[in-house]
Write a protein of this length. Structure first.
Lengths: 420, 327
């Protein structure tokens, strides 16, 4: 009897929730699904940024006189939980647009088993796996998939350009042992070879080890001119300390993940004179600083975690495209409007309430705009990937200094030369 | 309405898959007293085995043999059984917490292998593109969801009925005898080591079957799926449902997975806007409270084991005690 009651209660609860869903829809709110790992410390600000953008766009006029209503779900970085959240958003809340998520292992099943089959557009801030490019290239995603995270190919190419221009002949690679790290290590190895720099070793660095002596010793054995580090600051600090104490070269090229004051201070400036970093560019426009200022004003602290400008841009581009497509649009209609928001020939608009107001007005007239966001003037390719210009940076006494700006054309030319 | 049905079917499919794995765990822990702390490894072996045998070929990647679903599925189950045999041979001499730690280590090692053996498992980027069985005939979407649910429920019923018969048979009594007092069981001429290994392998194969269904459903598997949280979730299901009782195991799977997902859904809908960012953390607290509450107030689970009752019933039906022994 008790069991029957429990089952009945669960069903009743579901029914009531479905009822509440229809009731909420009547007061003119357009629901948008947001799935980010809010129960994880670095996931919370990513989600907060997406909600903040939603509020700004609502303030700027919303969609056809209605407001966007962001329905936030936590994916716990667990594929089962993320896919369930996506399924509930698509089936019960009837969203046509879903923002999320971070871990590629969660994003991919969400995309392939929920959003793409249902014709819902999905845009992620931070999923980095090149598996996503492959899936999109195969056509499984039906053009409904986008991400504002620049794929690692840009950074890998820039690292090769830097190594070549510094005259290194051989290089050793140390990479973080996850999808991002394995991916960038492979791309970088190909890029180095294309630039005439021989890769003499490639060593995986797994998180949370008490010591990296074994890995570092192995990498040192190759006696390379330089070392390429695609690792995060926490492991990076131990690895670089071991590396230098065992007599490793100070010719280091690092990825944007090492762009941290903590790393600089823990290693020490005097060992980092020959350190060169790579990053996809913060744009030449003022939009990046505008993002930092706006974020600081909103949350009382500068954006410091990973993926925040990406989350901002993902939400802004997706919601502007939704507004342009109208409140009855389906996922494919929204996806079709994305190029109108990121048209390089369009009028430049920034990521502020004024910018969004202007963008909404122009989009309603059928004119395209060029959105200038936290990660720059984002443009998507056919697979929903971002192509971006790049920068080389170094550690200076005052913090992180930008050394060189490598425009999209130069990065593109190098990547083309690799393909040949 | 279609949306609601579609979601419930999806939910039931996931819960059903986990219920199958919990049944496997119930055979190991509930009936035989083997503390398997590495459930996710056997689940994962079934998953990767099925995917490698049945998936599509890919450049620089072992596997992708495109075998028919049933063969790939059976292969995944066998792979899980094979691993259980090796692991069991090595670790089953250990008792309780020692066995738990050893099997937990196996799960961590397994996750490490899937993350690093890129040629075999695709590494961190995972394996994808399993052609879902009969997808061409049924079509993608709503109907497919229902058909897949039917498949999962069919497997669940087969496993349930099979286990019910197994544990009611003399075989099940020996398992419970070993669980309660191994020395006594041995003194009656039983071979506890062999029985424990058998139960461990059968249970692990059932977990492997759940893993095989899981990858078939998602058409994707990555090391992200191999996190220890799955072991914890399945254990929570068994404890809440009632260890030693197959009905409890199934009920626990549906209830805990329901609580896990419904709490997120309800919080997203009803928590005030200012709280939305913390809903994920609140959800963890709620789930933890349910489990702790169960352990404190109903440690035997919602549907406790009921050996005593069936035994007494049979004893009452039997003409005499000696008669019961002979039967």
């Amino acid at each position: 009897m008790k069991r029957k009651l429990t089952g009945f209660a669960a069903l009743a609860a579901l029914a009531i929730m479905a009822q509440a869903g229809t009731a909420a829809a009547q007061d003119c709110a357009v629901k948008v699904g947001v799935v980010y790992p809010t129960s994880i410390d670095w996931g919370k600000p990513i989600a907060a940024t997406a909600l903040w953008v939603t509020d700004m766009i609502n303030e700027a006029g919303g969609i056809d006189g209605c407001k966007f209503e962001a329905v936030l779900r936590d994916d716990q970085s667990d594929p089962k939980v993320g896919v369930d959240a996506a399924k509930a958003l698509v089936d019960l809340d009837k969203v046509q647009l879903l923002l999320g998520t971070v871990a590629s292992g969660v994003t991919i099943p969400m995309l392939t088993s929920v959003t793409a089959p249902a014709g819902v557009m999905q845009m992620s801030c931070c999923s980095s796996s090149n598996r996503l490019t492959q899936i999109a290239a195969e056509g499984t995603t039906k053009g409904l998939w986008f991400r504002t995270f620049a794929t690692s190919n840009v950074q890998a190419s820039v690292a090769a350009i830097l190594a070549r221009d510094s005259g290194y002949k051989t290089i050793s690679i140390l990479y973080k042992n996850d999808d991002w790290g394995q991916d960038i290590a492979k791309l970088a190895a190909a890029a180095f070879e294309a630039a005439g720099v021989t890769v003499v070793g490639s060593t995986a660095i797994t998180d949370g080890q008490p010591s990296y002596r074994a890995e570092v010793t192995e990498a040192l054995g190759a006696k390379a001119d330089a070392v390429y580090m695609a690792i995060y600051p926490k492991e990076g600090i131990s690895v670089v300390r071991e590396w230098l104490s065992l007599g490793g070269t100070q010719n280091i090229i690092g990825t944007n993940s090492l762009k941290s004051d903590e790393f600089k201070e823990a290693v020490g400036m005097r060992y980092l004179a020959n350190f060169q970093g790579t990053d996809t560019s913060t744009p030449r426009t003022d939009s990046a600083t505008a993002f930092v200022d706006a974020y600081t004003a909103q949350f009382g602290a500068a954006p410091s975690g990973p993926g925040l400008p990406n989350s901002f841009d993902a939400a802004a581009i997706a919601l502007l495209a939704y507004a342009a497509a109208g409140k009855d649009a389906k996922g494919a209609d929204i996806a079709a409007k994305v190029p109108m928001v990121t048209d390089p020939a369009g009028e430049k608009i920034g990521g502020t309430v004024e910018g969004f107001t202007k963008a909404l007005a122009l989009l309603k007239e059928g004119k395209s705009v060029s959105y200038q966001g936290g990660t720059g003037a984002v443009v998507f390719d056919a697979n929903g990937d971002v192509s971006a210009p790049a920068v080389a940076w170094a550690f200076g006494d005052s913090g992180i200094e930008e050394k060189r700006y490598i425009p999209l054309e130069e990065v593109g030319a190098f990547m083309d030369s690799m393909a040949k | 309405m279609i949306g609601l049905i579609s979601y419930i079917a999806f939910f039931a499919t996931m819960a059903g898959i986990m219920a199958i794995a919990v049944l496997g765990l119930n055979l190991q822990w509930g009936n035989t007293g083997l503390f398997n702390g590495g459930v996710v490894a056997f689940f994962g072996m079934g998953a990767y085995g099925t995917m490698i045998l049945g998936g599509r070929p890919e450049a620089e990647q072992f596997g992708g043999f495109e075998l028919p679903f049933l063969i790939a599925f059976a292969g995944g189950i066998l792979a899980a059984g094979l691993m259980a045999w090796v692991v069991g041979k090595l670790t089953l001499r250990l008792r309780h917490d020692y066995l738990a730690i050893a099997t937990f280590g196996v799960a961590i090692a397994f996750e490490s292998v899937t993350r690093n053996a890129e040629w075999l498992t695709g590494g961190a980027k995972g394996l994808r593109g399993f052609p879902r069985p009969f997808e061409a005939a049924i079509g993608d979407g709503f109907t497919y969801g229902l058909v897949f649910l039917a498949l999962v429920l069919a497997v669940l019923i087969v496993v349930y009925v099979g286990l019910e018969r197994l544990v009611r048979a003399p075989y099940g009594r020996v398992l419970r005898a070993i669980r309660e007092d191994e020395v006594a069981a041995r003194s009656l001429g039983k071979d506890p080591a062999r029985m424990r290994l058998q139960a461990f392998i059968i249970g692990s194969m059932i977990m492997g079957a759940a893993g095989g269904l899981y990858v078939t459903f998602y058409a994707f598997v990555s090391p992200q799926d191999m996190a220890p949280i799955l072991t914890f979730q399945l254990w929570a299901m068994l404890i809440v449902g009632g260890a030693g009782n197959n009905r409890g195991a199934v009920l626990g799977a549906f209830l805990i997975w329901g609580a896990w997902t419904l709490s997120g859904f309800a919080l997203a809908r009803y928590a005030p806007a200012s709280m939305q960012l913390y809903a994920g953390s609140v959800q963890y607290i709620l789930i933890g409270l349910v489990i702790v509450g169960m352990l404190l107030w109903r440690p035997q689970g919602l549907v406790p084991e009921r050996i005593g009752k069936t035994f007494n019933d049979r004893a009452a039906k039997a003409p005499t005690n000696t008669g019961a022994h002979q039967a």
